[in-house]
Ligand binder design. Sequence first.
Ligand code: ZN
Length: 226
Amino acid sequence: MSSSSPVPLEDPPVRFDDPAHHARTHPQRPERLRWLGPEAVPQPDLVAATAAAGDLLQALGVDLGSESLARTPERMATALAELMSPRPFELTTFPNDGGYDELIVARGIPVHSLCEHHMLPFVGTAHVGYLPGERILGLSKLARVVEHFARRPQVQERLTVQIAHWLDAQLGPAGVGVLIEAEHLCMTVRGVQATGTTTMTSSLLGALRDDPRSRSEFLALVHPTR
Ligand code: ZN
């Protein structure tokens, strides 16, 4: 097997706003373009975040005087920062020398992200597949791509689309499919308290959207486990 040199995840930059790329992947859905923002994730300022977390808790009436709560602002800031900071990784892709042309699917990838509307977690699973074209990538890397886009304030719809478009841009595949099923704590522990409710989102590109056989094969492979 021949391998290419590792490619940093963000390099070359994926021009999601490139009209040619967008026209190819979403001819009927130009409105999706606005979900695809810049990929740079700023470094958190933990000192400022700790001070702000303390202010927030006190404003909410939490007494930070006890030993148990004294370092809660620091733990809160660290935990939130972790949910917003993707681990760096190198993405290595390989030429599809064998001409493999059937679906490659990773099922049940864990998703942990933070709803940007309430700053409460949403957790679930992602199923990610592609129909290879020019390049393939290591299977474990599909989970790292999911994590990369999940570790930031997100909405599930955008997370789904970003993973699909990123794989489409990096691999030049014949098709990409991403299905995410997640429970949003902002929905299940407050408000309507719809415990157990999950939200499904999908993004299908290329043959997985346009070819009925490929589409149903992907959906059958990743059908929800419930
Ligand atoms: Zn929410």
